[in-house]
Design a protein around this ligand. Structure first.
Ligand code: SF4
Length: 200
């Protein structure tokens, strides 16, 4: 299913791994990431793959959804950005290979854009849109409302989780839009495509 997307991503400079299941992807990441400091973005996909449990046995993991003892969530975000490896999902990807994320504090967008030596982006088939406009639409109207609902934000989208209302709420989670047109220079990027629906 990923033949064309894989080809397009490789042309844009990414290493691409494909898996039929999330379990296979998790096992592969667990083998590849060893003895490293690892930052992870807030992500339902990461939770579905059980990566905290797998990686923390043989890596030092900074994940804001489970800060290490004695660290605040913000300290964990900063440590994650400074780690050797960063693991995240994405909010949308076009069939041509444009990678879209909407962020709140910006730690995930920052780490994905610059920071770690190696970035792994895990992408379920539900994140694929026909083009960049569709990927941005998906990030705004599918991923963000569901995340706002998950995080119990006081925003119009969180009530129904149906679409973006471009709100002015103090609780607005959408404060940063990141698009990777090509692999950023200076780091290794591994795109992990999984033929299952993962995350929002
Ligand atoms: S901008 Fe506001 S309404 Fe739109 S998805 Fe983000 S939090 Fe929800």
């Amino acid at each position: 299913m990923f033949d064309k997307l894989k080809e397009n991503l490789e042309k844009r400079g990414y290493e691409v791994l494909t898996f039929a299941t999330a379990a296979e992807a998790a096992e592969a990441l667990n083998r590849r990431i060893d003895g490293k400091t690892v930052g992870m973005g807030g992500s339902v996909t990461i939770r579905q793959l059980g990566l905290l449990e797998k990686l923390s046995g043989h890596n030092t993991v900074y994940w804001l959804e489970s800060p290490p003892d004695g660290m605040t969530v913000m300290e964990t975000r900063r440590a994650g950005c400074r780690s050797e490896v960063y693991v995240s999902s994405v909010n949308g990807i076009s069939e041509a290979g444009d990678i879209v994320n909407i962020d709140n504090t910006g730690n995930r967008a920052a780490a994905i854009s610059f920071g770690p030596e190696t970035v792994y982006l895990i992408i379920g088939r539900n994140k694929i849109a026909p083009d960049l406009e569709g990927a941005v639409w998906r990030a705004r109207n599918v991923a963000s409302p569901r995340n706002a609902k998950r995080l119990n934000r006081n925003t119009p989208c969180a009530a129904k989780g149906d679409r973006c209302y471009d709100c002015d709420s103090p609780d607005r989670i959408c404060r940063n839009l990141s698009v990777l047109w090509r692999k950023p220079a200076g780091a290794s990027y591994v795109i992990v495509l999984v033929d299952e629906e993962l995350g929002y």
